[in-house]
Structures are given as C-alpha cells and as structure tokens.
Design a protein around this ligand. Structure first.
Ligand code: HEM
Length: 455
C-alpha cells in the first residue's frame, strides 16, 4: 500500500511503502481477537512499516532490525521517549529513570552503579539465599492437590530478591505483596490512556479510577520507606540509599518525590516484568517437556545436591539458552514507543516530526527472515554461532541503545538461580494450558497454577 496523501514528502528519492491500517479494520481485528489478535495480524506484514489510523493518533509500528538500528542507535537523538505510553506511564513513574533528558540521565548514572557487574557479583550470595528461602516457602504452600498461583509466587520470589537490593530491607513485612499488587493494578489500568493519548484527563476513561486508587496505595507504602532511608545511616549500597545520596540534573539532591518515582519506575521496570517473565518460563517448560528434561539434567549435573549459587550461573549454558528463547517468544515488553522530534526517513518511508513510533520486540522476534519457523520453541537459536550470524537488533527483549534495560543481567542471574533452585529439589507441573494476553505487558491471560512437589 502507499502512504496517505497528507504525509509530507521528505525525500524525492525515497520510495515510500507503508502499510496503512484504518480504524475500522483495527476495531474489527480487536473485536475478533482482542489486542493480541490485532498485533498478530499486524505481524503478517513481516517487517513492512505499518501505520495505524486510530482517529487523530496514527502511530507507526516498526519491526525490522535495520529500522530499529536507526531509531535506537544511529539516530536515537531524534527518537526520545515522550510517546503515548510514556506519557501515560509517567503519571506513575515520573520523569527520572523512566523519562528522558537531563533528569533521566542523572537517574541513570546513579542507578547504573546499583546494577553493575561488580554489584551483581557482590549481591550474588544474598540473591541465592533469598531465592532458596523463597522457593522453599513456595514449595511448602503447594502440594499435589494444592496448586499455587505462579504470578503471585514469582512476584514474591522477585520481591524477596529485590528487597535488599532496592530497599536495604526497609519494606515492612506484608507490604511487599500489597505494593506489587498496587503497581500491577496501576499498570494494568493504563491501556486505554495509552491507546487514546489525545483524550484529555478531564474526560474519564476505563481504568482511571483503579489507576488513581492504586497510585495512592503505592505512595502510602513507599513514602515512609524513603523517609526511613533518608533518616537512617546513608552508607548502604541499596537503591533507595544511592538515590537518596544522589544529585539531580540541577546538582541538587533528589527530592523525596523523585526518589519515590524512580523506585516505582524500577519496580515497574524490574519486579513486574521479571515476575511475568518467570511465569512464562514455567509455562514454556510445561509446554516443552523434552526441553524441561534437558534443563533438569543440566541442573542436576551442575548443582548436584548442593545449593545453587552465582558461580553456577555461567555453567548452566543450556538453561540460559532456554531463558533467552522464552524471552523471544514471550516478549514481556512487547512495545517500546518513541516520538520523532524531526522529520526523518525510515526505510524509504517519510516519518514526519511529531509521529509516534512503536518498536515491537514481540513482532521483531517473529520475523521469519531472522527466526525461521518463528513460532517454534527452539533454544538452539541461542547457540553462539547462530547468535553471531544474526542481526544484533533482531533480538531485543530488553530494548537497545541509550535506554537499554539496566536490569538485563540481574534478571538472567535471578531467573537462572530460581529455575535451578526449584528444579534441583522439586517437580514443577503447570495445571492448565496457558494463553497470552496483551496489556501494557505480554502476560498470561489467566492465573498460571503450579504444582510443586519434592522430587
Ligand atoms: C523480564 C524482565 C525485564 C524485561 C522484559 C525488561 C525490559 C525492558 C525494556 C524493553 C526496556 C527498554 C525501555 C525503552 O527503551 O524505553 C527496559 C528498560 C529498563 N529496565 Fe528492564 N526489563 C526487565 C527487567 C528489569 C529489571 C530486573 C530491572 C532492574 C532491577 C530493570 C530495570 C530497567 C530500567 C531502569 C530501565 C530504563 C532504562 C533507561 O531508560 O535508561 N528491568 N527494560
């Protein structure tokens, strides 16, 4: 299809080719298959730039690695955040690490230290202690006739891991669950605002009230935590202490609000997505028993009857490949929006200033040109030679460029240890088949029930 007549022609040499999807088609696809049905259908374009006509909002969906390279790397300065999703999310996460510009940069500099390789190595022992303890408690709650909810349980494990790293154990007992729930609710209620950024906030949309209530709860829990971190000894390596000691773009210490917002942003970016990613791992292992068997054999060989620790992570090579394949198929962060600040041309398509672009790792991970038979679950895709042959931007579950996820290594270390801690001592079964649903993240549609029994 050709580009619509109103779009400015930016280069005479360009041969614009963009797939246009009008609102009525979007609506009919959503009616038929929900938001995920729409996304899958759009994926049929296999890399062609697609423009959705959602009334006054006409975002471009971009999936080809060369195009992503331009947006996220070579011309990244032209494509800051600021698009719909970020504006909606910004009401929860502020303008620090989840934002753009000097304040984002200041927060990123502070947080980078908290997730550096050396910090991760230091936290290794504590991480495996937390994981082993959380896994044992989870197993005690489950049994042959007592399935547990994977989403809830994985959130608990993740919170147990991040509590010392983020808060230096300042979160009161029991509040962790409430915080996780409130953040998940706030995130889950943003979809309408994200899809219709042109609707003024004075006009209520579905989800608004739930969002406000959840945000209030989040602040109720976090403010005293930040205040406690500020009033106590300030020599810890945890994130609250680092932020509390850090300075903003103006050289002044971050305010309580700024610290709170960065913590919320980290929670949103880190805990919520990690818990969903971990839940997908169990669903994938259940759906692919031969893969699960091989992971278990590797865990047995590397860990034996011992306790999983950071020193084992590198040696669990096949397990790592499986985790990467899970993150390819179940791209939790399915959309990474950006906004063009100046006119540009992408793959011959003129992109006018002010356009929203949605980079979609979910769809990039399904391009048959880079991922033959893309829906087949095949951890072999992450063998070293295959990785080296592929375009680096064909795989980006953790984003890319200046905003690349700060927690990628943290997640893989944590996920490997959780899988090892569970499989080395327990049988893990998934009670039902698992269907995906598209919200702000790609998550299981229904609760995933796990049955954990001793081996
Ligand atoms: C399965 C788990 C995770 C997924 C799928 C994920 C995905 C992503 C993606 C796609 C981005 C890029 C956003 C953009 O370009 O605008 C991102 C950014 C970020 N992630 Fe993660 N993430 C995960 C886990 C974590 C963890 C565990 C942490 C921290 C503990 C974390 C902290 C961050 C931060 C701070 C950013 C913002 C970086 C910046 O803007 O400079 N993430 N993540």
């Amino acid at each position: 299809m050709s580009i619509d007549a109103q779009a400015p022609t930016l280069s005479a040499a360009a041969r614009p080719s963009v797939r246009e999807v009008p609102l009525r088609r979007v609506m009919s696809l959503v009616r038929r298959g929900g938001p995920l049905g729409l996304l899958d259908e759009l994926g049929e374009a296999q890399g062609e730039i697609t423009r959705l006509r959602l009334g006054p909002f006409t975002p471009y969906l971009v999936t080809r690695p060369e195009h992503l390279q331009q947006i996220l790397r070579t011309n990244a300065g032209n494509y800051p955040r600021g698009a719909a999703m970020w504006q909606a999310l910004g009401r929860l996460t502020g303008d620090g690490i989840a934002g753009e510009g000097p304040q984002w940069h200041a927060s990123r500099e502070i947080l980078r230290g908290a997730f550096s390789g050396s910090q991760l190595a230091q936290a290794g022992e504590q991480m495996s202690d937390s994981i082993v303890a959380a896994v044992e408690e989870m197993a005690a709650r489950s049994g042959p006739d007592r399935p547990v909810d994977a989403g809830v349980e994985m959130t608990r494990v993740v919170q147990r891991v991040v509590d010392p790293v983020f808060f230096g154990r300042l979160i009161p007992e029991g509040e962790g669950d409430r915080l996780g729930e409130a953040i998940a609710t706030a995130m889950g209620s943003l979809l309408w605002r994200m899809a219709m950024p042109f609707v003024p906030h004075a006009i209520p949309l579905p989800g608004d009230r739930a969002f406000r209530r959840a945000t209030r709860t989040v602040h109720e829990i976090l403010r005293p935590v930040v205040a406690a971190a500020r009033s106590g000894p300030r020599d810890g390596q945890d994130v609250v202490t680092r932020l509390s000691n850090g300075v903003g773009a103006d050289g002044a210490p971050l305010t309580d609000d700024q610290v709170c917002q960065d913590i919320i942003a980290l929670f949103v970016a880190g805990s919520e997505s990690s818990a969903i990613g971990l839940t997908w791992i169990w669903a994938a292992l259940a759906a692919h028993p031969q893969v699960a068997e091989r992971v278990r054999a590797e865990v047995d060989q590397v860990i034996g009857s011992g306790r999983p620790g950071r020193e084992h992570v590198r040696r669990l090579g096949y397990t790592q490949q499986v985790l990467r394949e899970v993150m390819r198929i179940h791209s939790v962060g399915w959309a990474v929006p950006r906004m063009a600040t100046e006119d540009d041309v992408l793959g011959g398509v003129p992109i006018p200033a002010g356009s929203t672009l949605v980079v979609s790792p979910y769809l990039t991970h399904r391009l048959a040109e880079f991922w033959p038979d893309p829906l087949r679950f095949d951890p072999g895709r992450f063998e070293r030679d295959q990785v080296q042959r592929r375009h680096p931007l064909a795989y980006l579950p953790f984003g890319d460029g200046v905003h690349k996820c700060l927690g990628e290594a943290f997640f893989y270390q944590e996920a490997t240890l959780i899988v090892a801690a569970l499989l080395s001592r327990y049988q893990v079964k998934v009670a039902d088949s698992v269907m995906p649903k598209l919200s702000l993240t790609l998550q299981p549609r229904d609760p995933v029930r796990l049955i954990v029994t001793p081996r």
